[in-house]
Design a protein around this ligand. Structure first.
Ligand SMILES: NC(=O)c1ccc[n+]([C@@H]2O[C@H](COP(=O)([O-])OP(=O)(O)OC[C@H]3O[C@@H](n4cnc5c(N)ncnc54)[C@H](OP(=O)(O)O)[C@@H]3O)[C@@H](O)[C@H]2O)c1
Length: 347
């Protein structure tokens, strides 16, 4: 089968034909075998790029994989083979899932309990973009911060993979959503979604801008901060937080781990949630399972739609990583293993 191999750590945006590229295409990689009675082999239709996949190849991610490895985490496709004890799936079912690695390939093997049926009417490219990004935001906002209608949610990096999912889930929960993104294209896109207020971080101070909006809407401040960026933006956002606010520490796309002063958290009764979505698989898998089932039902009902920003073939993986590195994406960057003409996930 065709698979993308990471043979050494380095910059995955370098052209694949160049000697310094850490990634290469193998066209004769062995098809993974059904290794357990409950194993299922999926023919991958699409797989998503997450910032973590980029960091993993750079060697800067918290979890290090032994080399060589096939990168990739969330994917969707069609059941291609099943072990003798599989009861819930049959060959031909449309499914999605996530794995610690291995989805940048034509086939992947997983266990029955880790697979989810994609509802009729939802396309597989959108379903492949859902588990990590939407899963992270759903667990963060619904399970951890317990966001409710009328609360004010501030989303940083709001046009990125997890950011855009947080915006949509915030709206689905009935929150007043303030989105922060950089550049007019991202701002216009967020406005087109009906976000309550969008701040262009490249143009204005988020504090003054958000304060004017809050004042005009007679709102005191922000109840939930969703932060996949870190650095200066986190520091500024803390000045907008209400007494009793929840801070969701999601990631550090800026490269700078923010400092959240414990003395201010004490005085203001803030709750700081460190959230590592993938670790729920080990420590509390039921939360992940319930969350993904709910998200797939929201997708089927049109409560969320998944914006596919860029799609690439496996052989163009360096371009896909470049879209992430250069902050070009609005929503999700995808690798599509068959046709890649689809630009927007629609129901
Ligand atoms: N905790 C978890 O379980 C979990 C799960 C998924 C992702 N994450 C983390 O969340 C972060 C975002 O992931 P993602 O997949 O959504 O990435 P993404 O699609 O690339 O989005 C990242 C966003 O961050 C903003 N950003 C600000 N400063 C940046 C910089 N210096 N470089 C790059 N982007 C910058 C960009 O928005 P502007 O250009 O508009 O500023 C961009 O849209 C990553 O740190 C990732 O590891 C964590």
């Amino acid at each position: 089968m065709e698979a993308l191999l990471c043979k050494r750590l380095g910059d995955p945006t370098v052209d694949l034909s160049h000697d310094s590229s850490p990634i290469s295409i193998s066209t004769s990689h062995p098809i993974p075998q059904l290794n357990l009675p409950t194993a299922i082999r999926v023919r991958v239709k699409a797989t998503s790029l997450n910032y973590a996949n980029y960091l993993q190849i750079l060697g800067k991610y918290q979890e290090k994989l032994p080399l060589p490895f096939i990168p990739g985490s969330d994917y969707a496709g069609v059941v291609d083979g099943i072990g003798p004890n599989v009861t819930k799936f049959k060959i031909g079912d449309r499914v999605c899932s996530f794995a610690p690695a291995g989805s940048f390939a034509q086939f992947i093997v997983t266990e029955e309990r880790d697979l989810f049926l994609v509802p009729d009417g939802c396309d597989l490219i959108g379903a492949a973009a859902l588990p990590v990004a939407y899963g992270t935001s759903h667990v963060a906002l619904v399970h951890r911060a317990k966001l409710v209608a009328g609360q004010v949610l501030l989303v940083l990096g709001a046009a990125g993979g997890v950011g855009l999912s947080a915006v949509q889930i915030g709206k689905a929960c009935g929150a007043v959503v303030i989105a922060v993104a950089r550049g007019s294209e991202k701002v216009q896109f967020l406005e087109s979604l009906g976000v309550d207020h969008v701040i262009d971080a490249s143009k204005s101070s988020i504090i003054e801008n958000a304060k004017s909006f809050l004042k005009a809407r007679k709102l005191k401040g922000v109840d939930v901060l969703y932060d996949p960026v870190g650095g200066k933006l986190t520091k500024e956002s803390m000045k907008l937080l209400n007494w009793g606010a929840n801070i969701l520490v999601i990631g550090f796309a800026s490269g700078e781990v923010p400092v959240i002063p414990a003395n201010i958290a004490l005085v203001k009764n803030w709750t700081v949630h460190g959230l590592y979505w993938g670790s729920y698989k080990i420590h509390n898998p039921a939360v992940l399972e319930d969350s993904l089932k709910e998200l797939l039902s929201w997708l089927a009902r049109g409560l969320i739609t998944i914006n596919i920003s860029h799609t690439y073939r496996l052989s163009e993986a360096n371009l896909a990583f470049d879209a992430i590195k250069e902050r070009k994406a609005i929503g999700k960057v995808m690798i599509v293993l068959h046709d890649h003409n689809c630009t927007k996930s629609k129901l």
